[in-house]
Ligand binder design. Structure first.
Ligand code: THU
Length: 136
């Protein structure tokens, strides 16, 4: 089941636009309803305008149909973990703290984490949104 996601993350890495860092990242995300989407990092000459692969993948799915994610795979050169900003975005739309995140390195090495492993104390507002597309 996870193999399809890992293969899609590796393929998405090939679509990265990373001329400044030369660090290509691919991400694949599975939603609770079974949809799968992909993304890659897309950099900008104004470096702060660059966006990570995880957010491209997740936001594309959220834009299309809302929902919550259950599993994610991130492919990089060295099996790097998602950055803090991506974890905050992932926290917004995660289905469950036990949702699985695979880190996949170029040499084929895989590391499996739960979302909670990566972000054990995610910020939650005292007045969380109870309306919205993720709750449809
Ligand atoms: N990057 C991602 O796409 N995902 C991450 O989780 C970490 C970093 C990108 C941002 C930038 O384009 C490049 O990797 C180097 O930091």
């Amino acid at each position: 089941m996870s193999e399809d996601l890992i293969a899609k993350a590796l393929a998405a890495r090939g679509q990265a636009y990373a001329p400044y860092s030369q660090y290509q990242v691919g991400a694949a995300v599975r939603m609770a309803d079974g949809r799968v989407g992909t993304g890659s990092n897309i950099e900008n000459i104004s470096f702060g305008a660059s966006v990570c692969a995880e957010r491209v993948a997740l936001w594309t799915l959220i834009h299309a149909q809302g929902g919550r994610w259950t599993e994610m795979a991130v492919a990089t050169e060295d099996g790097g973990t998602p950055c803090g900003e991506c974890l905050a975005v992932m926290a917004e739309f995660v289905s469950d703290p036990e949702a699985v995140v695979w880190m996949v390195a170029e040499d084929g090495n895989r590391t499996k984490f739960t979302f909670k492993d990566l972000m054990p104390h995610a910020f939650q507002s005292r007045a969380p949104f109870t309306q919205g597309r993720t709750n449809l």
